[in-house]
Structures are given as C-alpha cells and as structure tokens.
Design a protein around this ligand. Structure first.
Ligand SMILES: C[S@@+](CC[C@H](N)C(=O)[O-])C[C@H]1O[C@@H](n2cnc3c(N)ncnc32)[C@H](O)[C@@H]1O
Length: 342
C-alpha cells in the first residue's frame, strides 16, 4: 500500500488523480491506495508519498525506536545514507512533537549500542535524493499508534517527482521583504524541490514578469534576465543592467537561442500555460523551467493529464506539484532532456 499526503483543501483533486486504484481516505492526512508505484504517477496534489506503508503500534518511546530500527535493519542497503522523517499527526500542542523528538533520540542511543553502521549512515541533512538514498517515514496518530514506511534506495531517487526529502513534503514560505511581492517564494520552493538554483551568468526568460519578484530572484542570483510583460517591472529592477525588458505577448515570444531557464508566472487559462510549456520543451528552447499553471475553479484540474502524458518524454527531470507557496495553482518545473549534467 502507498499513502499519498495532501493539503486537506486539495484531497479531492488528489483522489481524482488516482483513478482505477482502490483507495481509502485517512481523514485530514491523505489517501491510502493500492498503487504499486512501478513508475512515477505524476500527482500534482500529493505533497509526500509513503510507499510500502504499514499501520503500527508501540507502547513506549523505546518500543517506537525498536520498531523503526527493526523495520530499517536488513532492508536498507549497507553503508548508504538514509533519512528518518518522524512527525505527529495528532494533538495541537507540543506533546506529539516532543514524543517524536524523544523517539528520534532513542533511535540514536540504541543504534550506538548495536548496529553502529546504521547510525553512521543516518543523515540529518535535507538534501536532494541520490540513487544511494533511502528514506524511513513514520507518523504517529496517537502516542501509541502510527504508520511506518521504508523506502530503500534507489526508490526515493527514482520517485523523486512524488517523494520529497522534506518532512511531509512541507517547505515553509520563504521570506524576503525586499522582493516586489510574495510570489518570489514560488521560485525558491521550486529550486529547493529540484535541488538546483538559478546560477550567476545563466540566461533567464521571465514571462509575465511584472511586478518582478521572479526576475528579482534571478537577478539576485547573478543571472541575465529577459523580462516579458505588458507592464513594466518595479523601477529599480528596470534599471538593473542585467535585465532587459520587452513589452510583448508572452505567448508569442521566442528566444533567439536556447536559454538556461524559462520562468513563467503568466496569468492565463491553464490550457494556454500547458501549451506554452510543451511548445518550449518540444522546441528545445530552455534547459530548466518553472511554470505556474493557474486555475479559476476546481473543474479544470483534469487538463493536467495531457501535461503529465507529454512533458516527461522531453524532460530529464519533471516535477508537477502544488507548492506550499501555491494557492489554486500548480507548478511544473524541471530540466529538459539534453541537459548536460543529467
Ligand atoms: C501573477 S503576475 C506575475 C508575477 C511575477 N511573477 C512576480 O513575481 O512579480 C502575472 C503577469 O502576467 C502578465 N501577463 C498576462 N498575460 C500576459 C501576456 N499574454 N503576455 C505578457 N504578460 C502577460 C500580467 O501583466 C502580470 O504582470
């Protein structure tokens, strides 16, 4: 069984993305499904995925630690990094968090006494998965009950489109008061999920760029930006020598040569943004991309199915996620095929 976590406001769109699978709702948490995960199902509304999940019970902190160690030992490849995500899904106060901290400490203490190789390989770093990474996820629904998932390498990497290195797939909104708007948080979150940042000297096309917070991030990183909009960006950005502004229609603009990044946050009907991304991918116009697809209501999510079918064939890495920083929208981001370091 697999558990897909989602934002409670988007449980129903996630259920609609899981057709043909028997599923059961874990109220407030997500959907349990019989999906076998032979390959990545693109699930825009899943925040995190827990493969091979089992319901489990333990009566004390030490018993929880033993449960986790027994589940990991012999399953995780020797001397390869593994990560432990442990969190409470009960109570509003600190009690659950405290219990999880105690269990985590007990895991370390017990591993010191036996299975030191597992302790050496346990990593607290939040980093993108590699083919050597394994992930153990456990959440408590009460002090003595919970769910446990062990995903051995290379599965977290192979399914990186739906399994996140962040606990519960949650990334807090970035803060930067100097940015023209809070929309900049979408770029930061996409970069974190992708494990790749816009770099100094890279070329960036920003479609639908005004008032300019996506361009602001790219400029802060040292990139060279072509910003396309009908309205100008904030004055200081317009004066930046690394920014070239063009008043143009985002849907007509074609770069003279392949650019490092397409970033696009145009307000448009979802089908238009999907077609734009597919056209740029087909034509090989960019190496990496972050594109927002915005919805007006809840009856258009099915349009994403075409994107899920088509985009992966053009991509070395493709993600489709409703970011923590997204409202009624999702972001498609990734790297196109032919990108040198994939
Ligand atoms: C949500 S805002 C973009 C915000 C921007 N990413 C930021 O962080 O400041 C959407 C922008 O798309 C622009 N837009 C909408 N349709 C467009 C089109 N066909 N061509 C160019 N710009 C367009 C709007 O003028 C608006 O500035």
């Amino acid at each position: 069984m697999t558990l897909f976590l989602s934002d409670p406001d988007f449980h129903l769109p996630l259920a609609a993305e899981l057709p043909g699978h028997t599923r059961r709702e874990l109220p407030g948490i997500g959907w349990l499904s019989g999906h076998d995960l032979a390959e990545t199902p693109w699930l825009a509304f899943a925040r995190q995925t827990l493969p091979q999940i089992m319901e489990t019970r333990a009566v004390s902190v030490n018993a929880w630690a033993d449960r986790l160690i027994d589940a990991a030992a012999g399953v995780l490849p020797d001397d390869q990094p593994w990560h432990l995500h442990l969190w409470p899904e009960y109570g509003a106060g600190r009690a659950g968090l405290n219990r999880c901290e105690l269990i985590r400490a007990a895991v370390r203490e017990r591993l010191k006494k036996r299975r030191r190789h597992l302790l050496r390989a346990l990593s607290d770093e939040v980093v993108p998965f590699t083919p050597r990474s394994s992930l153990v996820q456990c959440f408590l629904t009460s002090p003595e009950a919970g769910w446990l998932s062990v995903s051995a390498a290379p599965q977290p990497w192979e399914l990186r489109g739906i399994i996140s290195p962040f606990v519960r797939g949650f990334i807090p909104w970035a803060e930067d008061k100097a940015a023209p708007s809070r929309a900049f948080a979408k770029v930061i979150e996409s970069e974190l999920r992708l494990g790749r940042q816009i770099e100094a000297g890279e070329s960036v096309v920003d479609l639908g760029a005004a008032p300019g917070s996506w361009s602001y991030v790219a400029l802060e990183r040292g990139a060279v930006v072509t910003a396309i909009d009908r309205s100008e960006l904030r004055e200081d950005l317009m004066r930046n020598p690394r920014l070239r502004f063009e008043t143009a229609d985002a849907f007509q603009y074609k770069p003279p040569q392949t650019v490092d990044w397409l970033i696009c946050d145009v307000i448009a009907a979802p089908q238009r943004s999907i077609d734009l991304l597919l056209e740029w991918l087909r034509e090989g116009r960019m190496r990496h991309f972050i594109v927002t697809i915005k919805f007006k209501g809840g009856d258009e999510y099915g349009l994403l199915e075409e994107l899920k079918r088509q985009a992966p064939r053009w991509c070395a890495d493709f993600r489709l996620t409703r970011l923590c920083a997204n409202k009624n929208e999702v972001c498609a981001f990734g790297s196109s095929r032919g990108t040198a370091d994939f």
